[in-house]
Design a protein around this ligand. Structure first.
Ligand SMILES: CCCCCCCCCCCC(=O)SCCNC(=O)CCNC(=O)[C@H](O)C(C)(C)COP(=O)(O)OP(=O)(O)OC[C@H]1O[C@@H](n2cnc3c(N)ncnc32)[C@H](O)[C@@H]1OP(=O)(O)O
Length: 203
């Protein structure tokens, strides 16, 4: 059985607040301390928002059960989740029955080398995309090994494509490959070993 490749982003509710939070994160990294903004006032206003959210949040165990209901992690994961402000977010499309891809453009919050994507961010995107490709192909598991090769800098500010393909399933061992490309050139390639299992959902 395969999985839904992406959760729909809703125009209201937490999805709308998360989209605003992504703007704030991007704008803060862009501004730094050389902008004209009154950062003390910005901090006060952001802390007021956080106070309000914390005061009204459900108990953690209740939220965990809620997160893992239904579609599972596609609404809140840190790569595609419309409920997660640290997700770029990627939006996967099927290429074939074992292969998925998503195109996105990253900005300053994900910077490593100058004007380039942080290597750990590339690893995050690839780990998750390989994992979802496994779900899409019908046998998913947990990452046991992830080997990356960084061929060239991965650019910020222009479209990059993250793709993954399930290559084989041998008992519980799932082998999956992936890559990040820019302008058709490979920037990062990945080979993953996943073990077919999944931890129980919070109930
Ligand atoms: C619907 C959903 C949608 C899904 C969409 C979701 C996408 C999310 C994707 C995110 C993926 C992640 O980040 S997952 C999070 C990062 N990964 C983790 O935290 C995993 C932590 N590690 C573990 O929990 C465990 O080590 C496991 C589950 C990987 C394996 O433990 P286990 O289940 O007890 O299995 P075990 O008996 O040890 O091993 C089974 C076989 O695999 C081999 N094996 C195990 N680990 C390795 C290894 N690192 N390198 C080589 N081989 C290994 C063993 O030798 C054995 O071979 P043999 O003797 O049978 O020959």
């Amino acid at each position: 059985m395969t999985i839904d490749l992406h959760a729909e982003t809703r125009p209201t509710g937490v999805d709308a607040a998360v989209a605003a939070a992504r703007r704030v994160i991007d704008a803060l990294v862009r501004a730094g301390d050389i902008s004209g903004a009154d950062m003390a006032d910005v901090a006060d206003r952001l802390n007021a928002v956080a106070d309000d959210l914390e005061d009204t949040a459900p108990p953690l165990d209740e939220r965990l059960v809620d997160m893992w209901r239904g579609d599972g992690n596609t609404r809140h994961d840190p790569v595609t989740g419309p409920e997660n402000p640290i997700a770029p977010p990627l939006r996967y499309e099927a290429v074939d029955t074992r292969t998925i891809e998503a195109t996105t453009t990253l900005g300053l919050p994900h910077q490593g080398p100058p004007s380039s994507v942080h290597g750990g961010v590339s690893a995050l995107l690839l780990d998750h995309t390989l994992g979802v490709a496994n779900g899409w192909a019908g046998t998913s598991g947990m990452t046991a090994e992830l080997t990356l090769r960084y061929h060239r800098l991965t650019p910020l500010f222009e479209p990059i494509t993250v793709a993954a393909r399930q290559v084989s399933v041998d008992g519980r061992k799932i082998r999956t490959t992936g890559e990040i490309t820019a302008n058709g050139e490979p920037c990062v390639t990945a080979e993953g070993l996943f073990i077919a299992t999944y931890p129980p959902r919070p109930r």
